[in-house]
Design a protein around this ligand. Structure first.
Ligand code: ATP
Length: 464
């Protein structure tokens, strides 16, 4: 993990937030390359879920919503983690994590009383800071961030930062139904920031208090929900592997029925085998039944149902929800793509290479003149100006060409286009593939089309 964190900082992917003030725990900022990577991941999600389908539309709802939304969704009452405080160090811990890190007990879903009992009785559970065994009782701690709207900080103005994007979709179900031409089965997708006052954030951008989600609620007729659930698990799996993630590092985890959330009939997680944390959730794919729409109907007094125009059937749709975190997914793509390679027969005998799929790579191609001198550099600049605007292109004329290649390998640029002395004679350039390091000679007039094809099919990744 230290290696990935320092790599991310050194190459401008992710920085500690407010670093000049000593940083703030669990907040991170994305640098020039990180912002491109995360944006590409979100765009690929949107492209695949919204643009490539004719049964999904998007929304972008507010972060601060009516407080009743969170009562209806169950967040006010049950969006809690169990908190314990160590009396010896004064530190606070998530009770389930404290138990699970010291024992083999699966603590998820235990009540406050049960956790308190385990912590009191099991001698292996100690304060990680000072080894103390004097803990307060476990008690529920609500993860929603509170704020106030307007100048008066009274209970009547209490509001929350959304802890998930999903509810902004449910509250717009009727709007979307009334104003667009969707018919069940259909989905509504949303991306955006969510906030959770996590007791123990950690593992870099894996768990933070402010993060971005990519969620979609897919509304189906009850009875077809189980089949649609399978479809979406497969769709989401294919999205990760289609973008080059190694299937060996992915698995599907089935939540045992007794541990399901209050709204869920079945939940499956897509997990990634992080080297520092083991198998961890990237995304949950849940069958939320008609829970959310029914609750919002009850709390708002509005009818949130669907009438099938063909059969006249009236029903509250069931919902299949794939819910992923953009930051966590970005971390998984970085970890999955990071390689330190020994090279044979080269002067430089090793390289760091980020084997990102071209579609999500922050920079799609770099253009190099072999030399800074005219007219080679002018020719290279012309090509650069011609290509930029289609996607992110980088121009670099400084240093030895080998060093320039290495620099691009390290940030995951899939293709380097080099203009050399021969170009002046034959109007051809070389395109170097990051993964195979093979170079091919291509007429300048064909470079744009060739890159376009390589990027969209991800041929570089296909050869991995
Ligand atoms: P976890 O069990 O890891 O806390 P969760 O099951 O509470 O996650 P969901 O509510 O299902 O998470 O949210 C969907 C997705 O949002 C998660 O799969 C994850 O990718 C992302 N996510 C949730 N909490 C965080 C967080 N604190 N930081 C970063 N991403 C998060």
């Amino acid at each position: 993990m230290d290696k990935i964190v320092s790599f991310c900082k050194r190459r401008g992917f992710v920085y500690q937030s407010s670093e000049i003030y000593g940083g703030i725990r669990s907040s991170y900022d994305y640098g020039p390359l990180g912002v491109e990577l995360k944006k590409n991941i979100k765009d690929e999600w949107w492209r695949r879920l919204v643009h490539m389908r004719d049964d999904v539309v998007g929304v972008d709802s507010a972060i601060i919503q009516h407080p009743r939304v969170w009562e209806a969704s169950g967040h006010t009452a049950t969006f809690n983690d169990m908190l314990v405080e160590s009396r010896t160090s004064g530190r606070r811990y998530r009770a389930d994590h404290l138990i699970e890190e010291a024992t083999e007990i699966d603590a998820e879903g235990l009540s406050a009383e049960e956790m308190t009992k385990v912590i009191r009785e099991d001698e292996r559970i100690k304060d990680p800071v000072d080894g103390g065994r004097d803990f307060t009782e476990a008690r529920p701690f609500n993860l929603m961030f509170e704020t106030y709207t307007g100048p008066v900080k009274g209970p009547e103005n209490l509001a929350f930062l959304r802890p998930e994007t999903a509810q902004g979709i449910f509250t717009n179900f009727k709007n979307v139904l009334d104003t667009s031409r969707v018919k069940v089965p259909f989905g509504i997708a949303q991306q955006g920031k969510s906030f959770r006052n996590e007791i123990t954030p950690g593992n870099f951008i894996f768990r933070t208090r402010e993060f971005e989600q990519m969620e979609m609620e897919f509304f189906v007729e009850p009875g077809t929900d189980e089949e649609w659930h399978e479809t979406w698990i497969q769709e989401r799996w294919d999205w990760y592997t289609g973008l080059g993630m190694d299937p060996e590092n992915l698995r599907v985890y089935e939540h045992p029925p007794e541990k399901l959330s209050h709204y869920s009939k079945r939940t499956v997680d897509i997990e990634y085998d992080f080297p520092f944390a083991g198998w961890s959730e990237l995304e949950g794919v849940a069958n939320r039944t008609d829970y959310d729409l029914s609750r919002h109907a009850e709390f708002s007094g509005q009818k949130l149902e669907y009438i099938d125009q063909g059969t006249g059937n009236r029903f509250v749709p069931y919902v299949i929800e794939p819910a992923a975190g953009a930051d966590r997914v970005a971390l998984a793509f970085i970890v999955d793509a990071y390689r330190e390679e020994e090279l044979e027969g080269e002067s430089d005998d090793s390289r760091v290479v980020l084997k990102l799929h071209p579609r999500i790579a922050p920079v799609k191609a770099a253009v190099f003149p072999l030399t800074k001198k005219e007219p080679v550099s002018t020719k290279a600049r012309e090509l650069y100006n011609d290509l930029r605007g289609d996607y992110s292109i980088f121009y670099d004329e400084t240093g030895a060409i080998g060093r320039r290649y290495r620099r691009q390998d390290e940030i995951g640029t899939p293709f380097c286009v080099t203009v050399d002395f021969d170009t002046l004679e034959d109007d051809q350039v070389t395109i170097r593939d990051r993964d195979t390091m093979q170079q091919e000679r291509v007429p300048i007039s064909e470079v744009r089309e060739r890159l376009q094809r390589l990027i969209s099919t991800g041929s570089a990744a296909a050869e991995r």
